[in-house]
Design a protein around this ligand. Structure first.
Ligand code: ATP
Ligand code: MG
Length: 403
């Protein structure tokens, strides 16, 4: 029996609700898919009826690899591989009988649901379901129909260009298409939280740049490589990312030698916020992103956040603010960052940390401490150490010349 053609169907999420700007969102999603497809083979990609179709053109095109790529594209709520039949009942039956047995993984019960987007098709949905159900039972006699809670639901979608048969869709990446919602700068450490925060804002269509603060020789080259590795993992979702690396070694030494020990962390974080603000203005980012979660550590209490927030007039997005560590770890695993995040390299935030950091820093005391150092000169000096790496999906990080 001739094998029916396979197609990936990507169904719109929120984009389906968009009005006049919908074509723009669609174009962005298609561009993202085309960029990914280019690395895999030759695919025809087109949109119709709130769905993008991805059709392999050549024999050897790897549809599974393309499916994996498509599941990383923001803007789609559902995704599946379907077999394509002619809009003819006997061909639909034939294709269902050929395709569905290979989709089964020990399921014993099934039902068929039909959707008739093309109302000219002469069979009504219940008739299509009955016909296809019968064809599947003939092909796999051990299956049983169960209409209320089947192990598997077979879908038949009669659309413009043909009839599409699949065994249910998986969730797509969700969110809004990459790059449709402004540019923001992520404060990226080597930890678990900040890569997750970056991913969550990317998911809302934000183009994300990153800034990382290091403290060589107190932090190592490996720690920087780890951060670049985390940024590379994020390119699975966004395609490319710029990572600015700034040394805060001297700032930390001066703070250690000059200020009260329990204010060390909050003062360092104020420097980090000020330098992030400067980086954002330099690169055209309109907001900052951090991986802070309320109350997780001393520097993430409401008092501490207030004292660091005033170092920037840009909005600071903290997408993890209401999440528990376990919930954050779940996302970290999902995006493939967790194993890298838990590698044991130090972060500048753990260099010279006091045993009892202030959990309720008061602004007048903070300012009093800060007056002991020349804030602007130290920030200017740190700014001059800035180096920038560019990472494209599937490529090694590349350092930029002076910017
Ligand atoms: P993470 O897991 O992201 O490191 P954390 O729980 O360790 O977070 P902190 O070390 O207090 O918390 O950092 C809070 C946030 O500050 C981080 O999520 C990140 O956005 C930012 N941050 C911390 N260290 C750095 C750094 N070295 N460079 C850039 N940003 C940093
Ligand atoms: Mg950290």
């Amino acid at each position: 029996m001739e094998k029916a053609k396979r197609v990936i169907l990507c169904k719109y999420g929120e984009v389906a609700l968009k009005g006049a700007n919908r074509p723009q969102f669609e174009m962005t999603m298609m561009k993202d898919l085309r960029r990914r497809a280019k690395r895999i083979g030759e695919f025809e990609i087109y949109a119709a009826q709130s769905t993008v179709y991805i059709e392999p053109c050549g024999e050897g095109d790897d549809i599974d690899l393309m499916y994996d790529e498509a599941s990383h594209v923001f803007g789609f709520s559902g995704i599946c591989v379907a077999a394509v039949a002619e809009k003819d009942m006997s061909d639909i039956r034939r294709v269902a009988a050929e395709y569905i047995p290979g989709c089964l993984h020990g399921e014993q019960t099934f039902k068929v649901e039909a959707k008739r987007a093309d109302k000219r098709f002469p069979y009504k949905s219940p008739e299509i379901s009955a016909e296809v159900g019968e064809a599947i039972l003939e092909a796999v006699p051990s299956l049983h129909v169960h209409l209320h809670s089947p192990d598997i639901t077979v879908m038949v979608e009669v659309r413009e260009r043909g009839a599409y048969i699949h065994a249910g869709q998986e969730r797509g990446a969700g969110g809004l298409p990459a790059g449709t919602n402004g540019r923001a700068l992520l404060l990226l450490s080597g930890g678990i939280d900040s890569p997750v925060a970056g991913y969550m804002m990317m998911k809302r269509g934000v183009t994300v740049d990153a800034v990382h603060f290091e403290s060589i020789p107190y932090t190592s080259e490996q720690a920087r490589d780890k951060v670049l590795a985390l940024a590379s993992i994020l390119t699975d979702w966004c395609g490319e990312i710029r990572v600015h690396v700034i040394s805060v070694t001297h700032i930390q030494e001066v703070l250690r030698d000059t200020c009260d020990n329990d204010y060390f962390t909050i003062l360092l974080r104020r420097f980090m916020m000020a330098l992030a603000d400067r980086t954002a203005r330099h690169t055209g980012a309109q907001a900052l992103i951090t991986g802070e979660s309320l109350g997780q550590v001393a520097s993430q209490t409401m008092h501490a956040l207030a004292v660091t927030d005033i170092m920037t007039s840009l909005p600071v997005f903290r997408p993890l603010i209401g999440m528990d560590k376990e919930e954050i770890i779940e996302v970290s695993r999902k995006i493939g960052a967790f194993e890298t995040s838990i590698l044991p390299y130090e972060d500048c935030c753990t260099v010279f940390t006091p045993p009892h950091p202030k959990t309720r820093p008061e602004l007048p005391r903070v300012l009093e401490q800060e007056e002991k150092v020349n804030f602007d000169a130290l920030a200017d000096e740190a700014w001059e150490t800035r180096r920038t790496y560019y990472i494209r999906a599937g490529h090694e990080p590349r350092e930029f010349e002076a910017n």
